[in-house]
Design a protein around this ligand. Sequence first.
Ligand SMILES: [Zn+2]
Ligand SMILES: [Zn+2]
Length: 457
Amino acid sequence: MPAPGSASPRAIALVTAGLGTCALLAVLAGVVFPQAPRDGYASGLQASGAAGGAGSPSLPSDTALRVTFLDVGQGDAVLLQAPEGQTALVDAGRYDVVPLLREMGVERIDLLVATHPHADHIGGMAHVIESMPVRSYMDNGDPHATATYRRLLAALDARPEITYLEALPRTISLGSVEIEVLPLLRRGTTDHNNRSVTLVVRYGTFTAFLSGDSEIRQLTDLVGRGVVPRMTLLKAPHHGSDNGFTPAFLRAGRPEVVVISVGRNGYGHPRPAALSAYAEIGARVLRTDMDGHVGIQGYRDGGYGVVRGQQVALPGTESTDDRDRIRVREAVAGRAVGGGGVPAAAAAAARVRVSVHADAPGDDHRNLNGEYAVLQNQGDRGLAIGGWTLCDGANHCFRFPARAVLATGGTVVVYTGSGRPDSERYYMGMGRAVWNNSGDTATLRDGTGATVAVFRY
Ligand SMILES: [Zn+2]
Ligand SMILES: [Zn+2]
């Protein structure tokens, strides 16, 4: 990882020209409410909603900051798009968000922020770094002892051209949008959630407050420092947990709209206490688990519009992740955008065969590379399998690196343990056996989450 503080904590301008981003509007079908007044939100909604309408091509989007809460299941991924086209991505969900970003016409990220190193925030980040140009990367400098975090560091190490920014108090310009980084609690004095990188995003008088999984301790500290501004938009801290708000914080911020980035989970997020606290201050609440992707267009005068994605059809996955007890919702992002069928997957489905060699010689947990899965391409065309995943029945997954290819007639082997990968051998890097000797399911999915092949034994 680059040295913390290797860029000075002063204002940094990110001034690349962005690509056209109207694709977002095509993706986010829904109701549009431009220029809702700062007071009387409910009535403003109805009045302007009629004028907007689903998929209206005449949105003044080039004069708006767009804040999109991607529906990534239980986790966070928030895309900021400046009126001038620059992009920032704050967290990247647990799984792959690259297909979704591409569908939205995002080809580069000017500022990538990891709020804190939990997997539901950084799981998809390495693949973003491997898949598109990233100018700057910011985190709180706290290490974490997980494979997900190590993978992120490895991806950063492979891209020395990315400027590292430690999350010190500073202001970053993203086109005409200003991003203020708020001070953190001192390292070593608290847990990961309470050291979430917290950003105040300003475009004119429109103000958004983004904080990963901040809990009472951090929110109280920020209120005490007097750095919590009056805000238009709040990303509910910690997925709407009951430790993700305090009355003093909500009194200081008085958000008009609160977006909860949440999926199926075992924590009870969002909690009733948080929902009623948001209701009490009169905030409009939107949720990615119910509204799909939630897009907020912020205008200079403090007005805003809401664009809601279609609710995502859930694949019937019932697996649980051992470590986090989170019910897994697979690759929702890709499905949401594709709106159903994914031709690439369908075409590949007939051609790829998966098999699993579960019973390693000796002790499976010691001889990790004695168990492996094999993918065989029986078709007459090579397949780019970068971003594809291979998962067992308990949802232990391997993601193929960006440039992975399954040649015509060729095979690739995915070993459970560690090793040096080449074009035909990959390693899951697991510390224990994955494939159940008494029966399991191997599921191969493409980069959008569509199932390509299933092998049951
Ligand atoms: Zn989280
Ligand atoms: Zn967390």
